[in-house]
Design a protein around this ligand. Structure first.
Ligand code: FES
Ligand SMILES: [Fe+2]
Length: 397
């Protein structure tokens, strides 16, 4: 690993499958990523976020969220170190007064210094923003890359108009790929055997899910839609294992008595989203993202969606989510995933884990995901993207 935390080229050359994926320690470029929930950004409020190593400042202005690079052109300080917004549409650097418009990033004035020749001639990088289902998505990509529709970068069904979505977000001390592979890992269900959710959702939860062949996972590669890998949990594709034996002795039993057999399928989507359908009960679906922050952290953004056709159903669902599924599912159940990822991270931190891991048959879906991501991601985040040249000189008409 070099000093910037990116993957060493000599190590990368030894990776046989999914080399681009292994190289994408800071994520895949030219994709949409959720940064936070819309309700976390009130009108006029500004907040910093870090996505794929890039420090970004968000602000809601007249209802719309704008995003600019959070680094002053003058001496490189983070604008968010001390936020000073003297007009609705601008932010002023706390140090010497450089003032930027959120709409286009242009250095539109310098508070306290009149008439500088640089005013109107330099600009900060801006980022496209899209708000959907209560989430604020930011497109982290090249200036000349036209963002695709948001629907190409979220799991199928997430943008359905009738879906009412609630969730939470937290930072996990593990690389984003450790998050993806924990969520999509079909035998990691073993860690959930004691979960509070088993009783709460009356789950029939096996100790393991054993794929029976190549049909157990399939790719979805529509040109006009998201790209991902599906696990199918049909009886011909996967065998649930409810009894664990060690050298012939039965040692553990899964929750076989539960009446609720979910999910039907689990799928992993570019750039970093998992769908568990349905979950944890037949009426709800979990959508979650493992958004790269830096080499060693990801934003774990969890949501549950339920189809609601009127305001009353939406209100009931909001109450049910907060009273029941937030504590028992997104916290109780998924807390196991969080500590499992943090326990996995040290093995992969210097990237030698990608060479030393010894995968087994059920990990085939993870290998399929690595291959799909390597072939279809729109670009790899590299050091020059995180610290780009300090400024852009605008062409003067
Ligand atoms: S560092 Fe921002 S104005 Fe000087
Ligand atoms: Fe899990």
């Amino acid at each position: 690993m070099d000093n910037s935390g990116f993957v060493d080229a000599a190590l990368l050359a030894r990776v046989r499958v999914g080399r681009e994926y292994v190289a994408a320690k800071y994520g895949f470029r030219n994709h949409w990523y959720p940064a936070l929930f819309g309700h976390e950004l009130a009108e006029g409020q500004a907040r910093p976020v870090t996505l794929l190593g890039e420090n970004i400042l968000l602000k809601r202005i007249d209802g719309r969220v704008h995003a600019i690079h959070d680094r002053c052109l003058h001496r490189g300080v983070p604008l968010s170190r001390k936020l000073e917004c003297y007009t609705a549409g601008t932010v002023t650097c706390w140090y010497h007064g450089f003032t930027y418009r959120f709409a286009d990033g242009v250095l539109c004035d310098i508070a306290g210094t009149a008439g500088s020749a640089v005013i109107g001639r330099r600009k900060l990088r801006t980022y496209p923003v899209s708000e959907a289902q209560g989430l604020v998505f930011v497109f982290v990509g090249d200036a000349d890359h036209t963002p695709p529709p948001l629907a190409h970068d979220v799991p199928p069904g997430f943008l359905d108009a009738e879906l009412a979505v609630h969730g939470k977000r937290r930072v996990v001390a593990a690389n984003w790929r450790i998050g993806c592979e924990n969520g999509f890992d079909s035998t990691h269900i073993f860690i959930h055997k004691d979960s509070v959710l088993v009783a709460e959702a009356d789950l029939a939860l096996p100790l393991g899910l054993q794929p029976l062949g190549r049909h157990a996972f399939q790719r979805q590669l529509d040109d006009d839609g998201p790209k991902g890998v599906f696990d199918n949990f049909g009886p011909d594709e996967v065998r649930p294992v409810f009894t664990a034996t060690i050298e012939g002795e039965e040692v553990l039993h899964g929750a076989i008595g539960g009446s609720n057999r979910v999910p039907q399928d689990i799928s992993m989507w570019l750039p970093c989203a998992l769908r568990v359908r349905p979950w944890p009960v037949p009426e709800t679906t979990q959508f979650e993202w493992y958004v790269p922050i830096d080499a060693d952290h990801h934003l774990y953004l969890q949501t549950l969606g339920k189809r609601c056709t009127n305001e009353r159903e939406r209100d009931d669902w909001a109450r049910e989510f907060h009273a029941r599924w937030l504590p028992k599912a997104l916290d109780g159940f998924n807390d196991d995933d969080v500590w499992a990822r943090e326990a996995t991270q040290p093995f992969y931190a210097d990237d030698t884990g990608w060479l030393e891991e010894q995968l087994f048959e059920p990990d085939g879906n993870i290998v399929e995901w690595r291959k799909l991501a390597s072939a279809h991601a729109r670009g790899i985040q590299r050091p020059e993207h995180i610290d780009p040249p300090g400024h852009t000189v605008l062409s003067v008409d």
